[in-house]
Ligand binder design. Structure first.
Ligand code: SAH
Length: 240
C-alpha cells in the first residue's frame, strides 16, 4: 500500500506548536479565533445538526472549535499535526469536563483509515497553511459520508484581504504574529469551489466574515472579500 505524500509544511507546524501554550488565552495570539468562534458555531448550527453527529475537526489546533462542537453534543474528533497543540487541547477538554478525542494524524491518512465515517467534517483556517489544499479537500470529501456536510473557512486573495489580513492584522494592530499568513496561499472562493467540485463535493453556501475596523467585532454577511466560510455537501449515493 502506498502512503499519501505528506501535504504538510513543517515550518507551519513549528509556528503553531511554538505557540501551543497560548491557545486558550483569549487576549493572546489566537484572540481572533476566540472572537470568531461563536460566529462559526452559529453558522454550523444554522447549516447542519451537531447533536449526535459523528464529526471530525481537521487542523483543530488547541481545540477552540472542537470543544464548542462537543459541547453541542457532537461526537467530536480533532486532528492536527502539531503535537504540543494537541496536548493543550486534550488537557483543556479534560478541565472542561468534555470528551472530544484528539489525534495526531494527517487528513489524508485518516481518510484512508476511515472513509465515509463522519456526518460532519470541519476544516477552519487550515487550507491557507497547507502546500496542496486540493489534496486536503479530497481527504475531506473522502472522510464525510454520502449526504454529509463539509465546512471550510479560509482567506480570500485580493488587495483588500492583503491589506486587512496581513498589513492590518500583522503589522498595524498586531493582532496576530508577523508571518502568520502567506498571501500567495490565500484562496479565492471560485478556486475553492472548483477544487471542491473536483473532489466530488457540491457548494451549498458561501458566507463572508466581516471585521468592523473600529470595534474589531466579527459578523457574518454577504461580503466574502476577506474571510469566508463555505458549506460543501457530499451527494447522496445513488439508489439503484
Ligand atoms: N482550526 C483551528 C486552528 C486554526 S490554526 C481553529 O480555527 O480554531 C491552523 C492549524 O492548522 C494549526 O493548529 C496547525 O498546526 C494546523 N496545520 C497546519 N498545517 C497542517 C497540516 N498540513 N495538517 C494538519 N494540520 C495542519
Amino acid at each position: 500500500m502506498t502512503t499519501p505524500a505528506p501535504n504538510v509544511d513543517a515550518a507551519e507546524i513549528g509556528k503553531f506548536d511554538a505557540l501551543a501554550g497560548r491557545w486558550w488565552d483569549p487576549h493572546g495570539e489566537f484572540a481572533p479565533l476566540h472572537r470568531l468562534n461563536p460566529l462559526r458555531l452559529a453558522y454550523l448550527k444554522r447549516e447542519t445538526t451537531l447533536a449526535g453527529a459523528r464529526l471530525v475537526d481537521v487542523g483543530c489546533g488547541g481545540g477552540i472549535l472542537t470543544e464548542a462542537l462537543a459541547r453541542e453534543g457532537a461526537h467530536a474528533l480533532g486532528i492536527d499535526l502539531a503535537p504540543a497543540s494537541l496536548e493543550v487541547a486534550e488537557l483543556h477538554a479534560l478541565e472542561a469536563g468534555l470528551a472530544p478525542k484528539y489525534r495526531c494524524i494527517a487528513a489524508e491518512a485518516l481518510a484512508l483509515e476511515a472513509p465515509g465515517a463522519f456526518d460532519v467534517v470541519t476544516c477552519m483556517e487550515l487550507l491557507e497553511h497547507v502546500p496542496d489544499p486540493a489534496s486536503t479537500l479530497t481527504a475531506l470529501a473522502t472522510l464525510v459520508r454520502p449526504g454529509g456536510d463539509v465546512f471550510v473557512s479560509t482567506i480570500n486573495r485580493n488587495l483588500k484581504s492583503f491589506l486587512v489580513a496581513i498589513v492590518g492584522a500583522e503589522y498595524l494592530t498586531r493582532t496576530v504574529p508577523k508571518g502568520t499568513h502567506d498571501y500567495a496561499r490565500f484562496i479565492r472562493p471560485a478556486e475553492l469551489g472548483r477544487a471542491a467540485r473536483a473532489a466530488g463535493l457540491g457548494v451549498s453556501d458561501i458566507t463572508g466574515v466581516v471585521i468592523d475596523p473600529l470595534t474589531r467585532e466579527f459578523s457574518l454577511g454577504p461580503d466574502v472579500g476577506v474571510n469566508y466560510l463555505m458549506h460543501l455537501v457530499r451527494p447522496q449515493a445513488p439508489t439503484s
